[in-house]
Design a protein around this ligand. Structure first.
Ligand SMILES: [Zn+2]
Length: 328
């Protein structure tokens, strides 16, 4: 009954101590996919900000640099403000609700509806798919606007995504400063392949075109976005979905975030490239850095923003526990 008034109430569960908790949120795959499973202290994943915080950090860095007048723009009519808007929308999504039983597949379902469990899992998949797709589309929009802002338009009307790849190819010199990129690229490729229907399009990136680094990332993003935009993707079925997150269906949603992360990294690289003076230090807003060291250079501001700052990492619960056990 409550579920018909408050969407998502059918997810409410009771923990052992009778506290209410949600069985899931639609944006959970954004964190699940990037979870470190190896536990090694130097693991690239354990140093990454959670997906939503990554978008927020990018938004704040761009916003600070824009207000200080440090970012060059080739096409003022597109502009960095449009990038900010799309990023804010992507980060704003907290949850989504779906009820797939609202529309039934066949008239038979009216007399013999699918089991309750199956209806619930289908609605969970749909909610996660909808949230992932909405977030991906906003990040894609931010990426396209970035490309239009930092590259001059060509007379031949070259497509924006192709312009983006060409620009990315010209930024090989900064790839050494973003060592996480190769891991994130491999993860995105893995998720794209596992989700299905993309192998034939992914193979040529390396085999035919010999792309690597940022250019390969830009090409993967272009391929995946076209795949989505042309309606070739399908919502996963419940028999492909696993509670442990390892079903092929789960990867259909994971790849939205896997490719989405690459788009964020590309936007960062393009913003860094557009700085009027990358070595100049800039004051950053206090939510990004506390204390006296509130100035960052261009590299710290744009090429390292995906990383959890050192001091925050030291304060993580895992490390705090170690400290306590070694205490007096
Ligand atoms: Zn790990």
């Amino acid at each position: 009954m409550l579920a018909s008034i408050v969407p998502g109430m059918d997810r409410l569960e009771w923990s052992d101590d009778d506290a209410p908790k949600l069985a899931y949120r639609a944006i959970d795959p954004a964190t699940q996919f990037f979870e470190c499973r190896c536990g090694k202290p130097d693991c690239a994943l354990s140093r990454l900000r959670p997906f939503r915080e990554h978008i927020k950090a990018l938004y704040e860095s761009l916003s600070d640099a824009i207000h200080l007048g440090r970012l060059k723009s080739e096409q003022p009519e597109e502009g960095w403000e449009g990038v900010l808007f799309a990023l804010q929308m992507a980060a704003s999504i907290e949850d989504a609700f779906a009820d797939t039983s609202y529309v039934t597949e066949s008239p038979d379902d009216l007399y013999c509806p699918p089991p309750w469990d199956e209806a619930l899992i289908n609605s969970e998949i749909a909610a996660k798919y909808v949230a992932g797709l909405a977030i991906f589309n906003f990040i894609w929009s931010a990426y396209e606007t970035t490309v239009k802002t930092v590259t001059p338009g060509s007379a031949g009307g070259e497509r924006t995504a192709v312009r983006g790849r060409r620009l990315a190819d010209g930024l090989r010199h900064i790839e050494a400063d973003i060592p996480e990129l190769s891991k994130l690229y491999r993860m995105a490729v893995y998720a794209c392949r596992k989700g299905g229907h993309l192998d034939a399009k992914i193979d040529p990136i390396k085999d035919t075109y010999g792309l690597s680094g940022l250019a390969a990332a830009a090409e993967l993003c272009r391929i995946y976005r076209n795949f989505i935009a042309h309606g070739d993707d399908v919502v996963p079925k419940e028999y492909d979905w696993r509670k442990n997150g390892l079903g092929t269906g789960n990867f259909v949603v994971y790849r939205m975030y896997g490719v989405g992360r690459l788009l964020l990294m590309l936007i960062q690289a393009f913003a860094y490239h557009s700085l009027s003076d990358p070595d100049a230090r800039m004051p950053v807003r206090s939510s990004r850095l506390d204390g006296e060291d509130s100035e960052l250079n261009g590299k710290q501001m744009f090429l390292e923003l995906q990383l959890i700052p050192e001091d925050e990492r030291a304060e993580s619960p895992q490390n705090a526990e170690v400290e306590t056990s070694q205490g007096p």
